[in-house]
Design a binder for this molecule. Structure first.
Ligand SMILES: NC(=O)c1ccc[n+]([C@@H]2O[C@H](COP(=O)([O-])OP(=O)(O)OC[C@H]3O[C@@H](n4cnc5c(N)ncnc54)[C@H](O)[C@@H]3O)[C@@H](O)[C@H]2O)c1
Ligand SMILES: [Zn+2]
Length: 320
């Protein structure tokens, strides 16, 4: 199938713009790997934790306490000061629960739904926003865990469990009001099933299962010789787990890496870096795909409507 260059981008073939290249790769891919860090949530109105100043801007109470993100995101507070521990995580739990995923999530889902091998998500975000945006839980790796799942601080043998209760937090002091979330088995304190800093007690069983499904999907993609595109959204350098994963998978699966990041968008020469916000970049890629279809065709897919969702439907035999 051929890629039709949008008229608006009518330049020699060897000078495709970065957005063109990204749109072409998405349009032609059989499988999509989405990797995401905190920057993906920023356009939904959530903070990233970029640098000490960025964190303290989001959490002025932490500044008053003189605690950096790495110090506050530490399991020791669940023993030393549970109200503070739950002040921080309860605030985030409430925030993530109240936040609706932005339109870029819908675009990613729409693209993945028309790909023969679908999509997999690899994210360090603990916010559950991909599942909330309609991605199947079986297609998500949460490498740092999830705030919507709990484990027992006392490791009493209780399995992980999910919560849907809110936590009342005083944002001035960053302290949570009783009752704090408790373990259904022993009645002791619960903590989010998130990998914190200096965390030897994170229960990784949920994550291990996710990695297993991820490995099976990779094997399927390889066996099918599927064309893969890796879209990385808002992953920072400070903790480079997500960036390293995206680079490695682009190399191993032989796909284009599209790194979307307002500030840290550097990539190797063969890949694409977009110095844009995630929502704007994904919207631009979708618009480029829509423009490219020209006579309403793009690599066998018909683009439906011009709204945020940019729904794509499989065309019949490329006749569209
Ligand atoms: N939503 C969440 O679940 C959440 C939020 C904050 C932090 N965390 C945790 O804290 C750690 C932070 O690491 P990280 O790399 O995910 O975040 P980070 O804060 O270190 O980096 C965020 C990155 O996103 C980029 N960015 C900011 N706004 C953007 C936008 N609108 N569009 C695209 N990119 C944008 C920044 O340039 C930066 O490179 C992780 O371990 C994560 O588990 C999670
Ligand atoms: Zn317990």
């Amino acid at each position: 199938m051929t890629w039709r260059r949008p008229e608006a981008y009518a330049r020699p073939v060897d000078s495709l713009s970065p957005i063109d290249r990204a749109a072409q790769a998405v349009a032609q891919a059989d499988a999509l790997l989405i990797t995401a860090g905190a920057g993906m949530g920023v356009d939904s109105g959530m903070p990233d934790f970029r640098g000490g100043a960025g964190f303290w801007h989001a959490y002025p109470a932490a500044q008053k306490l003189g605690l950096a993100f790495e110090e506050l995101a530490n399991p020791r507070w669940f023993r030393d000061d549970p109200a503070l521990a739950w002040g921080f995580y309860g605030h985030r739990l409430n925030l993530y629960r109240e936040t609706a995923p932005h339109a870029g999530f819908d675009l990613l889902r729409a693209w993945s739904e028309r790909m023969p091998r679908g999509a997999f998500v690899y994210t360090s975000n603990v916010d559950g926003q991909f599942q909330r945006a309609g991605f199947a839980a079986e297609r998500v790796v949460e490498c740092h865990g999830s705030i919507h799942h709990m484990q027992c601080v006392d490791e009493c043998g209780q399995e992980l469990w999910s919560v849907d209760v809110g936590v009342e937090v005083d944002t001035e002091t960053l302290r949570a009001a009783a009752p704090l979330p408790g373990c259904p088995r022993c009645g002791g304190l619960a903590r989010p099933n998130i990998l914190m800093f200096g965390d030897a007690t994170w229960d990784d069983r949920r994550s291990v299962e996710q990695y297993g499904r991820y490995a099976r999907w990779q094997a399927e993609v390889r066996a099918a010789r599927a064309r893969v595109v890796v879209l990385e959204c808002g992953a920072g350098k400070a903790i480079p787990t997500v960036r390293v994963q995206a680079q490695r998978m682009a190399r191993e699966l032989g796909g284009l890496l599209v790194r979307i990041n307002v500030r840290e968008h550097e990539v190797a020469a063969e890949h694409v870096g977009l110095a844009m916000g995630a929502k704007a970049a994904l919207t631009a890629i979708n618009a480029c795909m829509a423009a490219s279809r020209g006579s309403s065709r793009l690599a066998g897919y018909t683009v439906l409507g011009r709204g945020n969702a940019g729904m794509l439907r499989r065309g019949r035999g490329g006749a569209g």
